[in-house]
Design a protein around this ligand. Sequence first.
Ligand code: GLN
Length: 487
Amino acid sequence: MSLIEKTAAELLALQASGQATAAQIADAFLASIQAREPKVRAFMLVNEADVRKQAEAIDAKRKSGVKLGKLAGVPVAVKDVLCTQGMRTTCSSKMLEHFVPPYDAHVVERLRAEDAIILGKTNMDEFAMGSSTENSAYQKTTNPWDTTRIPGGSSGGSAACVAACEAPVSLGTDTGGSIRQPAALCGIVGVKPTYGRVSRYGLIAFASSLDQVGPFTHDVTDAALMMEVISGHDKRDATCVDAPVPEYTKTLNTPVSGLRIGIPKEFFDDGLDPEVGAIVEASLKQYEAMGAKRVPISLPNGSKLAVAVYYIVATAECSSNLARFDGMHYGHRTKQKADLIATYSKSRGEGFGKEVQRRIMLGTYALSSGFASKYYLKASKVRRVIKNEFDAAFEQCDVILGPTSPTPAFKFGEKTDNPLAMYLSDIYTISCNLAGIAGMSIPCGFTKANLPVGLQLLSPAFDEDRMFRIARMYEAATQWHTRRAVV
Ligand code: GLN
């Protein structure tokens, strides 16, 4: 196995034993990017010179005997929605084409504090709105398993670069499925942490009551490691919970005994591709073979109403969050001569793409005078019902399992003309965000066309350590996570 196919944990071990330097690792990934980017187009920006400099600094630090951080010399790619000091951060939007943040997001600070190397910024659906990364204003990222297909979204670049071995790990964000769905479609691990587990300071907001930052990795061990680094209290994000962060990697290999797996019947309905269904069913059998018990459960509201509720809550919050991009305070300003109001509307009309405009209009309508209680308030109430439904389910089971995405990766253009079809890509992932609980996707097999399929695990809030142990049980008994795409 060459360096680029290794996990972060393996790269750390190679450096500790003197078999590789951070500079060699950085060079290997830079070479991989150079070779594969023309096909994958996962990156918005790679700061080559700086990557080498960061790596050399880590090697020098190691030589001088200074204690190194948990991610020393590990290159990390970062979704272009997270602020990086001195590095352009666009949200893949024309609105922020020239934005260079003067500060790092909290999670980026945490990565640097643990001696990780910031490799570059990854492509995404504009302002994280989408499920295929086709809404980027700049480029189309491909799926490394089949470059005629989409990588999922909105964190498509962060998923594709790990699947293509251009980076060993990366960060994305998940508002309704944007980490889990692309992880599933690209055959890697993706974690949506509990709401409040990870600080969003320096994350450019989409829907503030849903957004969370989380990792993409090849395996569960790396996911646990990344979560140890990025989780924890930060007073700059008022929603970030002040609770101790478990050492996830320490308990990872302790299987959960007497494991009860909740299977929501609504996750296996007509909308599920039969091949995906069969692969997920096989992974449930694998758990049973390890002694787990199936508990049939039902999440009627969490399944039927989730998409409708999400598209009220998320659009309302996005219309409010994106109001700041008016060409005056922030973002692209029109070159056309106009008065103040016309400058706002022209700047926004030029700066935002079609999907973002659609969401702003939907959300503005939902919040408009006389309608807010009819829509946003009502949606918030249904949201509570969905949360209660999960709480009741978790009294009967330790984890909820099902497919992450109803289909494998689809072709470019297949759903771009039909927003509703696109929105249904997240039918199994959205309720987790509405309930604020934790979720992840792990690779669990391949279709006949060699497209990866993801298994979704959902756990109660702040129960990531147990979720990782359950995920690791499956991984330890299977080989899917060791496969690498050939690009
Ligand atoms: N696909 C969903 C949307 O378009 C989720 C996006 C996300 O999680 N950022 O809103």
